[in-house]
Write a protein that binds this ligand. Structure first.
Ligand code: ZN
Length: 148
């Protein structure tokens, strides 16, 4: 049996679902949650990053500030997160975490440029990568409210 919309294969309904329709609803819900469609975590990380970046201020529904990579103006919608991208200073593929001091708000283009030029392990040596990450970390620290 396959989901008509997504084509994903799934097993027969387990007994505790009243009927196939109920199982189907639950399956689709789980699929959407799993695929990040209903995930609030990206938005809440964007907001907590903006709150700890002095260049950002809330203007109506928008958060307006400066891209961590190019310093150009960038803004995102505080309800949907649309308009900017969350950047891992140290890429998750290089062991970076979701801690706010490892996150910056950047243009989508800057994010993909960094991913292409720096995060790929084939392109840069560890030492080069560490120097680059250190620069961005320092920049992020300078924007932290209450710090120099
Ligand atoms: Zn940028």
């Amino acid at each position: 049996m396959a989901c008509k919309r997504s084509g994903v294969q799934f097993p027969h309904p387990p007994l505790h679902f009243r009927n196939k329709r109920q199982f189907h609803l639950m399956w689709n819900l789980a699929f959407c949650v799993g695929s990040g469609l209903f995930s609030m975590s990206r938005l809440s990380l964007l907001i907590s990053t903006a709150q700890t970046d002095k260049t950002f201020e809330k203007k109506g529904v928008l958060w307006v500030g400066k891209c961590l990579i190019c310093n150009g103006p960038v803004a995102f919608d505080g309800m949907t997160g649309e308009g900017a991208t969350l950047e891992h200073i140290r890429a998750t593929s290089r062991g970076g975490t979701n801690a706010p001091d490892n996150l910056g708000i950047v243009h989508a283009a800057c994010n993909s440029e960094k991913g292409r030029r720096w995060d790929s392990k084939r392109k840069k040596s560890e030492a080069e990568y560490e120097r680059f990450v250190e620069l961005l970390i320092q920049k992020r620290q300078k924007r932290w409210p209450g710090l120099v």
